[in-house]
Design a protein around this ligand. Structure first.
Ligand code: NDP
Length: 452
């Protein structure tokens, strides 16, 4: 069969849009990957013949379910939960759970699709999945969060398992929520297995899992800089978000000699010209994890800092490097142009798909160092993979060993991006490199299975 017998890229994307009406995030994620993969598979007939791209862009299954719970005033509340199992060609489904009012099937399908490539890039045997609910944990009491998590697990437990599908945390789901869900799973099944990652250290969690995504994104940033003969010493950094990924990215940048200027949440961003030092990062962690407070409170604590409200984003602050760590589509084309104009030389995505498609093209055209989330934030799932290994072997590895493995894995991902993303002029297109390297591993496994 000749390659010309197959549809061109615009026709393929049209098909994705038609089959997934009202799912813009999912279409965007597929388009970004397809733009790179189309070139790569142009002369590789087997991938066409077996419709590999078309099949990866169709989740193995999407499970949707009702989640009822009772609030503290005795009202019955009804939410929707999902688990998207995208592809298990190279290992059990693996990917986080997100609790946020913006969660839709489209958002979770995009995340599960991205996760498939990310997990392949780590070199560990993990397939791609994602789940969550439109439940808003903000303003809920600990008991309400517990009742919701238990009800969510009352359905989810049927679909997961240590060798089937292993969820973890994501936006709105941290150690507390994983504890509630793991406890309910254990109660329902009477089994103590590594069915969730991000667990507490007392019950099977791994050291450095909490830090891994933010640290990993900065290790990747450092690899890109090292490739240009540079490092982070004295460089200014703009970070968005103030949750798990953002605070640990800030921590690692401080450790490597950089200066962090901003953090944000959905209400706005704080700018601290003195730098958000480790003491201040610790204060933000406490604010977010224990007090469940807002980032605007920072300016009351630290004089000389500013809060920019109304949902303002930090991309107008002049910086050497930027690390978006909040959510999808939080950095648009104009903001990308502003960053480039102000001299930003590198962007490492801690969040998933934080840059719009237009913004991605701005970074690519400007040829700055730009690492997409599927490469840069893979450290979290990588340490989750190591948590699974420790659980299976019923052992716990030491912190130094895990730190070393995390650095190794991030360097390995960087090398794979360089292998597939180096252009004829020597510039490294990390998006292309990550897409092709991730795709190839999953695609080759799918070819081995035939048509299933
Ligand atoms: P957290 O819930 O700990 O923090 C999320 C942060 O992002 C908060 O500051 C939150 O502010 C902000 N945020 C969320 N939604 C929006 C929005 N619509 N607009 C502006 N700000 C928003 O989540 P994580 O740090 O775990 O996750 C952050 C990103 O990193 C996500 O894209 C996630 O998918 C990705 N990621 C996380 C991994 C992990 O290991 N945790 C692994 C790989 C990727 P507010 O409180 O106002 O909502």
């Amino acid at each position: 069969m000749a390659v010309s017998d197959h549809v061109d890229l615009p026709t393929f994307i049209d098909g994705v849009k038609k089959r997934n009406p009202g799912q813009p995030e999912f279409v965007q994620a597929v388009q970004e990957v397809a733009e790179d993969i189309y070139d790569f598979i142009a002369d590789k007939e087997e991938y066409h013949k077996y419709q590999i791209l078309r099949r990866i862009a169709e989740p193995d299954r999407v499970i949707s379910f009702r989640v009822c719970w009772e609030d503290d005033s005795g009202n019955i509340r009804v939410q929707r939960g999902w688990r998207v199992q995208n592809n298990n060609s190279i290992g059990p489904y693996k990917g986080g759970i997100r609790f946020h009012p913006s969660v839709t099937e489209s958002v979770l399908k995009f995340l599960a699709f991205e996760q498939t490539f990310k997990n392949a890039l780590t070199g560990l045997p993990m397939g791609g999945g994602k789940g969550g609910s439109n439940f808003n944990p903000k303003g809920k009491s600990p008991n309400e969060v517990m009742r919701f998590c238990q009800s969510f697990m009352n359905e989810l437990y049927r679909h997961i398992g240590a060798d089937v599908d292993v969820p973890a945390g994501d936006i709105g789901v941290g150690g507390r929520e994983i504890g509630f869900m793991f406890g309910q799973y254990k109660r329902l099944t009477n089994e103590f297995t590594g069915v969730l990652t991000g667990k507490g250290l007392e019950y099977g969690g791994s050291l450095i899992r909490t830090e891994a995504t933010g640290y990993g994104a900065v290790y990747f940033l450092l690899e890109m800089l090292k490739n240009k003969g540079q490092d982070l010493v004295g460089k200014t950094a703009v970070i968005s978000g103030s949750g798990n990924v953002a605070t640990h990215a800030a921590e690692k940048i401080n450790q490597l000699g950089g200066k962090v200027l901003t953090l944000s949440d959905s209400e706005g961003f704080i700018y601290d010209p003195e730098g958000i030092s480790q003491d201040k990062v610790n204060w933000v962690k406490d604010l977010k994890n224990k007090k469940r407070g807002r980032i605007s409170e920072y300016v009351k604590e630290f004089k000389g800092s500013e809060f920019h409200g109304g949902g303002a984003r930090p991309w107008g602050v002049t910086c050497d490097v930027a690390v978006p760590c909040a959510t999808q589509n939080e950095l648009n084309g104009d903001e990308a142009r502003l960053l480039v104009k102000n001299g930003c030389m590198a962007v490492s995505e801690g969040a998933n798909m934080p840059t719009t498609l237009e913004g991605v093209h701005v970074f690519k055209d400007a040829k700055i160092l730009y690492a997409p989330g599927k490469a840069a934030n893979a450290g979290g799932v990588a340490v989750s993979g190591l948590e699974m290994s420790q659980n299976s072997a019923r052992i716990s590895w030491k912190e130094e060993e895990l730190q070393r493995l995390l650095v190794d894995i991030m360097q390995g991902i960087h090398s794979r991006c360089v292998e597939y993303g180096t252009q004829s002029d020597g510039h490294i297109d990390y998006v292309k490199g990550a897409n092709i390297a991730g795709f190839k591993k999953v695609a080759d496994a799918m070819l081995a299975y035939g048509v299933v």
